[in-house]
Design a binder for this molecule. Structure first.
Ligand code: ADP
Ligand code: MG
Length: 895
């Protein structure tokens, strides 16, 4: 049923607390030599040795500087310990340090003065003991289980135990009696010790603790006054024992037990003093045997000595379990920061630091069944009853006091002996267990060894097998070595080939760079060509301008010529009209002459009529013939004039036609020249376009070539890489079988080299290509630009030519129409002339006919009416003048 919690060994926990400067120290302005680093858990002590400042640093589990409050120390360090007590462990807390460094302050605190703290709250100066009790009660009350808390409070001075909680009620005599009679220390039969007759006070709540502490401290204080600073040499031990009821699932009631020891040790200065004066110390009544022994026990535990002198003092006997036993232990070392305590401070720090390496194996106390506990208690009651009975009834053995003392001493000696023997037994047992362990380990070791032997034999077999195979392998390896040498030579060859390839690649690269250069030169040539083109265009422009100038001058000249022609035509017309006028005037004159002739004829006729009536007919016939002749001559004249006019007209017409043909020829010439210049421009533009085309073609070719080269390079690189990889792979595989590491290393190195080289070559080729591409694209752009510009220009020039030619043709058309108009006018003038000529002809013939008719009539009438001749003659004269007038008028009106 009982459960034993075996736990791993744990080190004694050591805390360090440095108190603040006291008022005295502050007044005397004592320098500070101790500095605490709470977070680093370090304490540094500054020492000046032979004028040199030396810092000594100690590390502890926890460090509390002067500013640390009671509460901080408790919360950080003590709460877990008390919790473990409540779990059923035994725990001990020591306060160790020089007198006046705050041991009592830490353990008990100054609760008495601040008793009137708030309800349920501890005063801030309360030390570990009241806080632990409060925690215990708080926890137990929270757990709501049955429990009992007992406390004992004893003082150990000069190896004598005094009960600080002993009742004082009996009498002062009894008290003194009691104080004289120290309590004996007894073995409890379970490996522990107990103080016989020690008052166990049952505490039921937290506040009781203060009255208990007060009671104990009061006793200590009295003692202090009585015994002159006894407290600095005495140890006080406050124990809290807790019993907690637990119920098992089976309904059994178990009692869990935990104990907390709180030890306020004597001032550590006593250790040295007692140590220094060990000889006298014994005589002085073992001033502080306990403290000295505690030091020795610690030394023995730290140095793992076989014998630990627990039994040499009462304190170490009481606290045996806490030192290297089953109890969890915590030491609070207290120091003062002042330089006055430097020596003690250093010894305290050393002591505490040493104690850090003590190991305990804490164990949970066995839980007791309630029934056994009750049984134990009954036994105890029976024993006590018997004692009481014996005391009351004075039954029992009475022996003289000397003998009793002797027997007692003997008993003591025997008990001591027994203790020593048990101790030696313990050590023996320990040794036996150690030996057993050693034996076991030895056995284990031998078994391991035999196993190893077996394994080694196996290994040997295997190795010998391996050896034989290795020999074969060696042979094979030799063979392979040769093979490898061959391969290596092959590889070298391949390397050479590689180098050659690289050379080829390089030459190719150089070639490509040369190509590049030629490309550049081509570009330059293209630039030059475009400049030449520009100059050609400029010259053409100048040419065109001059030709246009010539054209305009020719046009003006032609216009002048035309004007001259027109003037000549005008002059001709004028001359024609003038000639016509003269002709008309001549006709008029002739008519007038004929009239006058007629008149004279008439007169002659009259004379003849009068004189020569018979000759009248012949004369008349003469007249009519004369008139016919005159008509004929008129006709002839008219015909002559008409021919002349017609000739003039035809001349004009031919001149006009000539002029027109000349104009047409000129226009044609102009057009031709236009056409030629247009054709030339077209040729030029087509040539330039072709050039551009060639350019682009060349560029694309170049690009293609660069692409091709690049591809070929890449391909060749890839092929080479692939070929190399294949070759090397196959070789590697072959070689791997034999001398893996060497060859692989070699291959890897080589591959790396080749890769690097290939990468660099590929990079160069890529760079080259991108450079070429860039240039090609740039050139393309430039060419395109130029081409676009040239096309624009050619288009414009063509348009200009077209406009010029259309303008000149329009001008020519207009000229032609003007000529036509002119010709038409001339034609119409000729028509008019013909008409008038016909009218004159008509009139002439009519007149001739009329004259003939008239002459005939006159002849007839002359014959018939001789009488009427005189009157008729006047009438005829009148009629003749009238008719001549009419003719004249007619002529005048007709021209
Ligand atoms: P010890 O028990 O080691 O001889 P005390 O506990 O009697 O020392 O302390 C001596 C004096 O120093 C007391 O007056 C106490 O109030 C004071 N003291 C000790 N430690 C502290 C501290 N950490 N804070 C404040 N005062 C302290
Ligand atoms: Mg004290």
């Amino acid at each position: 049923m009982s459960r034993v919690d075996k736990e791993k060994s744990v080190n004694v926990q050591v805390l360090l607390r440095c108190r603040p400067f006291s008022d005295d120290e502050l007044r005397s302005n004592a320098p500070q030599v101790v500095t605490c680093n709470d977070y680093q858990r370090e304490v540094a002590v500054t020492q000046t040795i032979a004028g040199k400042q030396i810092d000594r640093v100690f590390t502890f589990d926890k460090v509390f500087g002067p500013t640390a409050r009671q509460r901080d120390l408790y919360d950080q360090a003590i709460i877990p310990i008390v919790n473990e007590v409540l779990e059923g462990f035994n725990c001990t807390i020591f306060a160790y340090g020089q007198t006046g460094t705050g041991k009592t302050y830490t353990m008990e605190g100054e609760c008495r003065r601040a008793k009137s703290g708030p309800e349920g709250q501890l005063p801030s100066d309360a030390g570990v003991i009241p806080r632990a009790v409060k925690q215990i009660f708080d926890t137990l009350e929270r757990q709501n289980t049955e429990y009992s808390v007992k406390v004992t409070f004893l003082e150990l001075y000069n190896e004598e135990i005094t009960d600080l909680l002993a009742p004082e009620e009996i009498s002062k005599v009894a008290l003194e009696e009691r104080q004289k009679k120290p309590l004996p220390l007894m073995e409890d039969g379970k490996g522990g010790v107990l103080v016989r007759g020690l008052e166990e006070e049952i505490v039921t709540n937290c506040s009781e603790i203060f009255s208990l502490l007060e009671r104990g401290s009061a006793k200590r204080r009295t003692a202090e006054t009585l015994l002159n600073k006894q407290s600095s040499r005495s140890h006080s031990l406050f124990s809290i024992t807790i019993h907690i009821k637990e119920a098992t699932p089976e309904g059994e009631e178990l009692i869990k037990c935990g104990k907390l020891n709180l030890v306020d040790l004597a001032g550590s200065e006593n250790i040295c003093r007692s140590g220094a004066r060990e000889g006298r110390a014994r005589e002085a009544g073992e001033i502080n045997k306990s403290l000295l022994t505690l030091g020795r026990v610690i030394t023995a535990l730290v140095e793992h000595l076989g014998h630990v002198p627990y039994r040499d003092s009462k304190l170490t006997r009481l606290l045996r379990d806490s030192l290297g036993g089953r109890t969890k232990t915590c030491i609070i070392a207290t120091v003062s920061p002042s330089v006055h305590c430097l020596e003690e401070t250093l010894s305290t720090l050393d002591y505490a630091h040493r104690a850090k390496s003590i190991k305990n194996r804490p164990e949970v106390n066995q839980k007791m069944m309630k029934s056994t506990l009750i049984k134990d208690l009954y036994g105890e009651i029976d024993r006590l009853k018997a004692e009481v009975y014996a005391a009351r009834e004075k039954v029992g053995v009475y022996i003289p006091k000397d003998r009793y003392q002797m027997e007692e001493n003997e008993r003591k000696a025997m008990a001591d002996q027994i203790e020593q023997m048990t101790a030696s037994l313990e050590t023996n047992q320990k040794q036996i267990t150690d030996l057993q362990e050693k034996y076991d380990s030895e056995l284990q070791h031998s078994a391991d060894l035999s196993k190893k032997l077996e394994a080694t034999e196996k290994c040997l077999d295997h190795t010998s097998n391996l050896l034989s195979t290795t020999k074969e392998d060696l042979k094979q390896a030799h063979y392979n070595l040769k093979e490898k040498e061959f391969i290596i030579s092959e590889q070298k060859k391949a390397e050479n080939a590689l180098a050659h390839q690289a050379c080829v690649l390089r030459s190719e690269l150089e070639k490509s760079s040369r190509d590049n250069a030629s490309l550049h030169s081509k570009i330059a040539r293209g630039d030059k060509l475009s400049a030449a083109n520009r100059s050609v265009v400029n010259s053409f422009q100048a040419d065109l301008a001059s030709k246009l100038d010539i054209l305009s001058s020719t046009l003006t000249a032609s216009i002048d010529q035309q004007n001259k022609h027109l003037k000549a035509v005008e002059v001709l017309c004028q001359s024609c009209v003038d000639s016509h006028d003269t002709a008309t005037l001549e006709i008029k004159k002739k008519i007038l002459a004929s009239k006058s002739l007629y008149m004279s004829h008439m007169e002659a006729f009259q004379n003849i009529v009068l004189l020569h009536k018979a000759n009248t007919n012949s004369t008349l016939e003469d007249v009519s013939s004369l008139s016919a002749a005159s008509c004929c001559s008129l006709d002839q004249l008219l015909a002559c004039v008409e021919g002349e006019a017609l000739k003039i007209f035809t001349d004009i017409q031919s001149l006009l036609a000539d002029h027109r043909s000349e104009l047409a020829h000129f226009t044609k010439e102009l057009r031709d020249s236009f056409c030629i210049s247009l054709d030339r421009t077209k040729d030029m533009s087509s040539f330039i376009l072709g050039l551009f085309e060639k350019y682009t073609e060349e560029t694309s070719k170049l690009q293609n070539h660069s692409n091709h080269t690049h591809e070929a390079q890449v391909k060749s690189l890839e092929e080479f890489q692939k070929a190399y990889e294949e070759q090397s792979k196959s070789e590697e595989q072959r070689l791997l079988a034999d001398i893996t590491s060497l060859v692989s290393k070699h291959i890897v190195r080589q591959r790396e080299l080749v890769d690097v080289r290939l990468n660099s070559l590929g990079d160069a080729a890529r760079g080259n290509k991108t450079f070429l591409d860039e240039h090609t694209s740039a050139m393309e752009g430039v060419t395109k630009d130029a081409k676009r510009k040239w096309e624009m220009f050619a288009e414009q020039a063509e348009n200009d030519c077209k406009v010029g030619s259309s303008f000149s043709s329009a001008k020519h058309c207009r000229m032609e129409t003007i000529m036509q108009e002119c010709a038409c006018t001339v034609d119409s003038a000729a028509q008019q002339w013909k008409k008038s000529h016909a009218a004159v002809n008509d009139l002439c013939t009519k007149q001739v006919a009329e004259v003939e008719v008239l002459v005939r009539g006159a002849i007839e009438n002359n014959e018939q009416h001789e009488a009427e001749i005189a009157s008729s003659r006047a009438l005829a004269e009148e009629q003749a003048s009238n008719s001549s007038k009419e003719i004249l008028q007619d002529i005048d009106s007709n021209f």
